[in-house]
Design a protein around this ligand. Structure first.
Ligand SMILES: [Zn+2]
Length: 225
């Protein structure tokens, strides 16, 4: 099984300067603190608290955690069809015969699929780009799973033709740039390209939108002109 490929290169969160690690911390603990500090949303205080929590854990619990982290890298891959994270060559959504195969919802990240699934307002398929086009961060269309999406639309069977692509990228500049790019690339093929927008405040990360707002914006999606 192919190894899971991380997101395209992005600015790396700088490692905390050594002075941030409290004096007198044993090297193995300092190493864990540093590792936690590189996670999103974890500040120095939280990193320390988590590290000391690990010290108090039983050996069995610590092993279970280490094993779970290893499993993410070893057993996870990207779906051959939609690029969502899965343990199987094809994810359970792409395999499900009850999903509407005429609609593909394009999202930036796997967590966005989870957010949209939670709304229970959508029964089509997905395509995960693994990021958004961002001229400011130097992320181009070729760094994302856009080529795979266009190929997917080109290689369709005559039954189950995709008639609509819903662009559910975030409502910030990068998300909008990505939506415009997709509209220009896809609509000449006669496929309707719609955008989730109505009701979602600008600057919204799909991942953090509340279920009701997200469900509403799905239902009131509009074609991109
Ligand atoms: Zn899939």
């Amino acid at each position: 099984m192919a190894a899971f490929r991380p997101d395209p290169p992005r600015p790396i969160t700088p490692v905390a300067p050594p002075s941030d690690t409290p004096h007198g911390v044993a090297a193995p603990v300092a190493r864990v603190i540093e590792a936690f500090r590189r996670l999103p949303g974890i500040g120095p205080k939280s990193a320390q608290r988590l590290a000391y929590h690990l010290i108090r854990m039983s050996e069995a619990e610590a092993e279970e955690l280490a094993d779970a982290i290893n499993g993410i890298k070893q057993r996870i891959t990207l779906c051959q069809i939609c690029a969502d994270i899965t343990e199987l060559p094809t994810c359970h959504i792409c395999q499900n015969p009850n999903r509407d195969r005429t609609t593909i919802c394009v999202v930036e990240e796997p967590l966005d699929v989870t957010a949209l699934e939670r709304t229970r307002a959508y029964n089509g398929l997905y395509h995960v780009l693994h990021g958004a086009i961002s001229p400011t961060s130097g992320i181009a269309a070729s760094d994302l799973k856009i080529k795979e999406l266009l190929q997917r639309l080109q290689n369709q069977q005559t039954n189950d033709q995709v008639t609509e692509v819903i662009v559910a990228t975030n409502t910030n500049l990068d998300g909008e740039a990505t939506a415009m790019y997709l509209q220009r690339a896809i609509s000449p093929a006669g496929i309707k390209v719609t955008r989730l927008a109505r009701g979602l405040p600008s600057g919204t990360d799909i991942e953090y939108a509340d279920d009701a707002t997200l469900a509403h914006s799905l239902q009131s999606r509009a074609e991109i002109e």
